[in-house]
Unconditional design. Structure first.
Length: 247
């Protein structure tokens, strides 16, 4: 099992905070988002990581070398990070994880370390963490499931009343699930030339073709995706105090 962290973007909605530093390295409660993600992966037994970089990549490389020399880190650069979306960054990581299992994380999530074991223990070819009990709007990646919590539909377009909750950007794939995902991504990225969409479009493609993806309800475990300055402030004031180290 390898961890894949997508950290290529410019995080323009967080400017001026990200004018000179990548979003994943912004100081947060005595640490950084990337440092906390690496710690959580290591605690879950994952020490092989692939980090897809782009914007200010040398800062990320240096941070990982200095902060976690015990982890086996491979870096993949997205040369066109400014004009592509996260589906393309994930597509670039395919050779680094081929034939293995993968835990996929966006680099902008502050989350409780208990979430990773919950998703890893789902026992399905693919699984994703879903936060429930939220008021959902247009911006959230929403998940609709069947009675067995198998994902039927995923995306911002899912009507809120039909959604189980929000996908927070943490997924796991067995080698079987990963093979199905990369076939779906090949159809999107190569076949359709869609490098400008979210990777959830590939999730939907594989689900539509019969692959199983299980939604894991993380309940009240704290987690937040940080896209805006308001998100960052909420992470500091509302989520950080709830994490185990702060209790």
């Amino acid at each position: 099992m390898k961890g894949v962290i997508l950290a290529a973007g410019t995080a323009s909605r967080l400017r001026p905070l990200t004018d000179a530093i990548p979003k994943c390295l912004l100081p947060l409660g005595g640490g950084t988002l990337l440092g906390r993600t690496l710690d959580n992966l290591a605690a879950a037994g994952i020490r092989d990581v692939v980090i897809v970089t782009g914007y200010l990549e040398e800062q990320i490389r240096r941070y990982v070398r200095e902060r976690r020399p015990d982890m086996r880190a491979e870096f993949v650069r997205n040369e066109v990070y400014a004009s592509t979306n996260n589906i393309y960054s994930l597509w670039l990581a395919r050779e680094a994880v081929r034939g293995d299992g993968m835990t996929l994380l966006d680099s902008d999530i502050l989350f409780d370390p208990a979430i990773l074991p919950a998703v890893l223990g789902a026992g399905a070819p693919a699984a994703l963490a879903v936060k429930t009990g939220l008021e959902l709007g247009d911006e959230e990646i929403k998940v609709e499931v069947d009675a067995g919590r198998r994902v039927r539909t995923i995306g911002k377009h899912v009507p809120a009343p039909r959604a189980m909750g929000e996908s927070i950007g943490i997924e796991t794939f067995t080698p079987e699930g990963l093979a199905a995902l990369f076939l779906a991504m090949e159809r999107k990225v190569v076949g359709e030339g869609r490098v400008d969409i979210f990777y959830e479009a590939a999730f939907q493609d594989m689900i539509d073709r019969g692959s199983e993806m299980l939604a894991v309800d993380i309940g009240r475990l704290p987690a937040i995706e940080i896209d805006t300055i308001d998100d960052f402030r909420r992470a500091e004031s509302e989520v950080l105090p709830l994490l185990p180290e702060s209790r």
